[in-house]
Design a protein. Structure first.
Length: 182
């Protein structure tokens, strides 16, 4: 499907492509998804468009009365293939959506962003929750269909085939790269 929107005023949001999630043997094919997300991060940087690295925090303050969970060293580190840069916007999310409790909406507004391209894991959890909240906040969305993966193929396909088309355009990495002018 050809993209029907311009990618000006667009940021790439990479959800949970980090050491702690990539080591999960149930994400398949995380290597391919990481490579495609890496292609997208490089293209966005070449176009001087923001890249957001959203990571999941396994340990969080025990404000709800629960003890803080231990987090393995390096758990939140972005995958090397993303080539994280100092200029990247970084948020650490305590909940499923990259917007929940992170200030991401304000960061994006400060950069004049009105559209998002989403990539990462898990399609039906972090990516879908981020897409739903972004949609509710008024962002135009593009989902990089081959730069997302899930714990189960059934839940991945449900998000790609049923949920995302109601919220976003669904496109491949190559289609997004073409729209960016590679």
């Amino acid at each position: 499907m050809a993209l029907t929107t311009t990618l000006a005023d667009t940021a790439l949001v990479v959800v949970d492509l980090q050491q702690g999630t990539a080591s999960n043997p149930f994400f398949n094919p995380v290597d391919t998804v990481g490579e495609r997300a890496g292609e997208l991060t490089a293209a966005f940087r070449r176009q001087r468009l923001p890249v957001v690295i959203a990571t999941f925090a396994l340990s969080r303050a025990g404000a709800d009365g629960r003890p803080e969970r231990a987090e393995p060293e390096g758990f939140r580190e972005p995958l090397a293939v993303l080539d994280a840069q100092p200029d990247d916007l970084r948020v650490t999310r305590p909940a499923w959506s990259a917007f929940a409790g992170t200030g991401l909406d304000g960061l994006l507004c400060d950069h004049g962003i009105t559209r998002l391209v989403l990539a990462g894991v898990a399609t039906s959890i972090g990516v879908e929750s981020t897409a739903r909240e972004a949609h509710d906040l008024g962002y135009e969305l593009v989902i990089a269909s081959d730069a997302v993966t899930d714990l189960r193929s059934e839940t991945h396909e449900n998000s790609i085939q049923r949920i995302f088309p109601m919220l976003a355009q669904v496109a491949t990495t190559n289609e997004i790269l073409d729209a960016l002018g590679r």
